[in-house]
Design a protein. Structure first.
Length: 161
């Protein structure tokens, strides 16, 4: 039978392995540890990691926000994903805003639409391309009017060339 210190040691190793794979929020790590260890053990490990500054919702939010932004997600989508992962609204808004400073939603949506339109199969009808690119942008959290504008401007740019 394993004692409390053995559980804590195993939980700490599991937590460090999980954090090494990528940024985690406190809620993410708590969920992972709760699946294998008692709640008290998970809470102690999380408290230790926070004290050592190895676990921080703010740092995780920034890392997640920037990674999602690089993949073309909107500020609204980033904020929603962060709150879904247990980040408080103010921290999520700050991280989404910081990630958006590198590139505003409008220009990013246009560049993404332009790349999608440019690489669309040549045998697709223009209306099909419009619908597909619009839907792709919408799934990334861009508002409807921004999707429509980005797609139309991308198509216009390519037909002028």
């Amino acid at each position: 039978m394993t004692g409390p210190s053995g559980d804590s040691g195993r939980a700490m190793k599991a937590a460090v392995r999980a954090l090494a794979r990528g940024p985690l929020t406190v809620a993410d790590l708590r969920e992972r540890l709760a699946a294998k260890f008692a709640a008290g053990v998970a809470d102690r490990v999380i408290a230790d990691l926070r004290r050592q500054r190895l676990l921080s919702d703010e740092a995780a939010a920034d890392a997640i926000a920037h990674a999602r932004r690089r993949r073309g997600y909107s500020s609204a989508d980033i904020e929603r994903r962060l709150t879904d992962r247990g980040i408080d609204r103010a921290t999520a808004q700050g991280a989404a805003r910081a990630a958006a400073e590198s590139r505003a939603d409008g220009p990013l949506a246009f560049d993404l639409a332009l790349a999608r339109v440019r690489t669309a199969p040549a045998d697709l009808a223009p209306d099909v391309i419009r619908r597909r690119v619009f839907a792709w942008l919408a799934r990334r959290g861009y508002p409807e009017d921004l999707c429509r504008d980005a797609v139309e401007r991308a198509i216009e740019r390519l037909t002028r060339s």
